[in-house]
Design a protein around this ligand. Sequence first.
Ligand SMILES: O=C(CCCl)NNC1=[NH+]CCN1
Length: 330
Amino acid sequence: STGSAQTNPEKNDVEYLTPVSIGTPGQVLNLDLDTGSSDLWVFSSLTTSSQVNGQTLYDPTKSTTANQLQGYTWQISYGDGSSSSGDVYTDTVTVGGVTFSAQAVQVAKTVSSEFTSDPANHGLLGMGFGSINTVEPVAQKTFFDNIMPDLDLPLFTADLKRSAPGRYNFGYIDPSAYKGEITYVPVDNDSGFWAWTSPAYAIGSRNFGNTTLKGIADTGASLFLLPSAAVSEYYGAVFGAKYDRSQGAFTVPCDASAPDFTFVVGDHGATITVPGNYIKYAPIDDAGKTCFGGIQLDTGIGFSIFGDVALKSAFVVFNGGNRTIGWATK
Ligand SMILES: O=C(CCCl)NNC1=[NH+]CCN1
């Protein structure tokens, strides 16, 4: 089988939401497909009502194919400090025309304020590795784990775009979606993430250094989080850039000319370039004078995060069969 689903950016591309059908008859919720986590959880009829704010709710009692996993629970916290928890059902789930009939659907009973405050986001669909699924007493498989054996090819691709709809494809590679060759590199999934290492990076027209970037490809993270040496070098090249301690982040003048950030993929010279304009991420003031930086520090995480700011500059192949990640320009 193969499948294809359009994914739609929220304001400032902070997340990309993809329609997912759950249950019989189908209840369609818009979920954040997240390669940086491995739980499929949804706002539901069981979610504490004071924490619901316009989200579409999955109601397992309205689905003839829902079955509760009695006594199973889950609790997750994300890198941005958000969190949620609840109970577990299995039900039929369809994404982009690909269906798995007994998918673990984690229904939220509690969600943190970050989720409550976003009516457009009805939950997450984790596309990381199964080892970090949080269901107790038995961890559950991700949607991708479950459909992989039935896919023509054991992979999915992410084609995110700046302030425009993109696409997740399952089981095939669309040759019209990218230019040139796809360069594949090994993934170390011991952490449960799509972790890989870039051998070097360059800022603007400068020469490549020899500092490697060890990070994860994370569709559920908005920004590009990098080591302080890379971040300082980058913003040192932007006139008017500063570290704003009140924001706890680097900002740039929205009218500054921002250099591109290029990272190397593999050892045959392939590179991906993040346009400087993507790094003037979003205005933080009504006048649109000061912009939040799309590159920020990865301090304390233990690795870098190739989030949406990096991913939307490329066509990315997540190959679960041979555990590689492929990057191509587009
Ligand atoms: O949690 C992380 C970072 C893993 Cl180190 N990414 N995925 C995600 N989902 C919601 C917010 N962020």
